[in-house]
Design a binder for this molecule. Structure first.
Ligand code: PPE
Length: 308
């Protein structure tokens, strides 16, 4: 997505003009990928703009940093308030929010700990991640020749910048071969996730999704969708998924903040179901959009309103 400039970025505690949120080329993050980030969406609702599950996203940001022995210079409450402040300052009604924590300029060398921990929060416009028509038609994907990282290599539960080198390999290979996205297997050869999305498989009315032990990011949309499927009376099993279950699935779909709920219509050129959005995918997608847009009762407190 090309970036359209907004007015301000929250940069180490202050709102600064968009063009002034800059870092030095010798910042630790530039050399060693030392960052943690979040992707969050806000939506227009009948009661004003609401950030979807803001607090769990900020909590995951703090956890990602903690896994790398990094304590943030702001509390969860301060960061939640800072996100709302940034959305208000940019008069954003619906869009995407990108908080990022990184190690800045101080010294060179692998040890990050002597470099400052800096925090920025930007808001950007972001339409449909895998294309607008994809939401109904579904996307064509492949199983990647790249795998997700093994346990004891890169911690998958941390949403760390460096992890996305792996995602980039998956994504570039998929695009080069004419697919919208790639599905990575975990180091054991079981299904893991897309380059920036979690994956769900539907077969005989039961929904399957890989467990956190399959090198996935523990997606907040994934958790949301599991809850919504439960409400719809659909059984969800978090279990290890063999690759071949993809080819015999009735339906497949991705979830993610950027991807929302995106149907998949083929894998490795094998048609899935009727080759378009399946019925369970359609139902959970409709439930998801009804929730995020405040069109139904917010029974879990998922909508965090920007205006007090
Ligand atoms: N797995 C990965 C690897 C991932 O990056 C994301 C989010 C998810 C699963 C879904 O997580 P959640 O957003 O909490 O439901 N990917 C973010 C970044 C995408 C990008 O291209 O940048 C996102 O969707 O914001």
């Amino acid at each position: 997505m090309p970036l359209a400039k907004m007015d301000v970025i929250w940069f180490n505690g202050k709102l600064v003009p968009w063009d002034e949120a800059r870092i030095h080329v010798l910042s630790h993050v530039v050399h060693y990928g030392t960052s943690f980030f979040e992707g969050i969406r806000c939506y227009e609702t009948p009661r004003g703009t609401a950030v979807f599950r803001l607090t769990p996203h900020i909590r995951r940001l703090i956890d990602s940093a903690r896994i790398y022995r990094t304590e943030l210079p702001y509390t969860q409450e301060q960061l939640v308030a800072a996100v709302k402040e940034t959305v208000r300052a940019n008069r954003l009604r619906a869009g995407y929010i990108r908080p990022v924590v990184y190690r800045g300029y101080g010294e060179i060398g692998v040890n990050p700990l002597n470099n400052p921990v800096e925090v920025a929060i930007a808001t950007i416009e972001w339409g449909k991640y895998l294309g607008a028509e994809a939401m109904e038609q579904g996307v064509d994907v492949c199983v990647s020749s790249w795998q997700r990282f093994a346990p004891n290599t890169m911690p998958a539960l941390a949403k760390a910048g460096g992890n996305y080198m792996n995602s980039q390999l998956i994504k570039m290979e998929a695009l080069a071969n004419g697919y919208a996205e790639g599905i990575a297997l975990d180091p054991g050869g079981h299904v893991s996730e897309g380059s920036g999305e979690n994956l769900f498989v539907v077969r005989d009315g039961v929904v399957y999704t890989p467990p956190v032990s399959s090198s996935i990011l523990s997606g907040i949309t994934r958790e949301t969708v599991i809850t919504l499927l439960g409400e719809l009376g659909v059984e969800v099993r978090e279990q290890v998924i063999p690759r071949e279950l993809l080819y015999v699935a009735d339906e497949l779909f991705f979830t993610g903040t950027a991807a929302e709920v995106t149907p998949i219509r083929s894998v490795d050129r094998v048609r899935i179901g009727a080759g378009r959005r399946g019925p369970i995918t359609g139902e959970v997608q409709a439930a998801f959009f009804a929730v995020v847009q405040g069109e139904r009762d917010d029974r879990y407190g998922w909508l965090e309103y920007v205006e007090p």
